[in-house]
Design a protein around this ligand. Structure first.
Ligand SMILES: CC(C)(COP(=O)(O)OP(=O)(O)OC[C@H]1O[C@@H](n2cnc3c(N)ncnc32)[C@H](O)[C@@H]1OP(=O)(O)O)[C@@H](O)C(=O)NCCC(=O)NCCS
Length: 163
């Protein structure tokens, strides 16, 4: 039986928001929505008999009208990855890395010189480090009751030289 993986950039529609929330709840027990002004890339596993959603990432482009970053880590001055989830059975198979690479390509076509930011779940820090992100400040314990987001680490992909 042939199985195909499809990676697809989609808009923030109501039906996509529903899909996104459902997978986030399945992966981490928390309902996360695609934030406003964000895009989303979904990963589907396509079998002849069934199409399943197995991964997702939401992200927003930096606001090129802003000249200065301001003091908030999640300032819109920066392009940002906001959420990402890979279904448990499909983790550690390179899908997360592919998703981030797709997003970085999108970011590059928008702006080549501003750092890219993420507020990473503590347990995903090693994943983002493998992709070149570096920690900014120390890990923070949050008041969030959901274990995956209890510890958060600000991270940044440093400025790349324009090519
Ligand atoms: C974290 C997550 C997105 C990673 O996606 P993934 O598809 O499992 O990761 P990949 O297989 O693409 O891994 C790429 C590399 O990172 C490493 N890696 C993956 N997860 C890691 C982790 N949690 N810690 C350290 N390294 C990790 C892999 O071993 C691999 O290394 P390699 O290139 O040397 O082989 C995924 O595991 C997930 O959805 N986790 C639960 C939800 C979550 O934490 N989301 C992040 C919210 S910010």
């Amino acid at each position: 039986m042939s199985t195909k993986i499809e990676i697809k950039r989609e808009e923030r529609t109501n039906s996509n928001r529903t899909k996104f929330r459902k997978l986030s709840r399945e992966v981490c027990g928390e309902v996360c929505d695609i934030p406003e002004n964000n895009y989303v890339i979904f990963v589907y596993e396509k079998r002849p008999s069934k199409v399943s959603l197995i991964g997702e990432i939401s992200y927003q482009f930096c606001d090129l009208n802003m000249d200065t970053p301001g003091s908030n880590f999640d300032s819109e001055y920066y392009s940002q990855i906001t959420f990402m989830f890979i279904k448990e059975d499909y983790q550690l198979q390179g899908i997360g890395k592919k998703l981030v690479e797709n997003v970085l390509n999108d970011f590059k076509s928008h702006d080549k010189i501003r750092p890219i930011r993420i507020q990473s779940a503590g347990r995903a820090v090693g994943f983002f480090e493998k992709l070149g992100f570096v920690k900014v400040g120390n890990i923070m314990e949050t008041v969030c009751g959901i274990s995956v987001f209890r510890f958060m680490q600000n991270m940044e992909l440093p400025i790349t030289v324009p090519t």
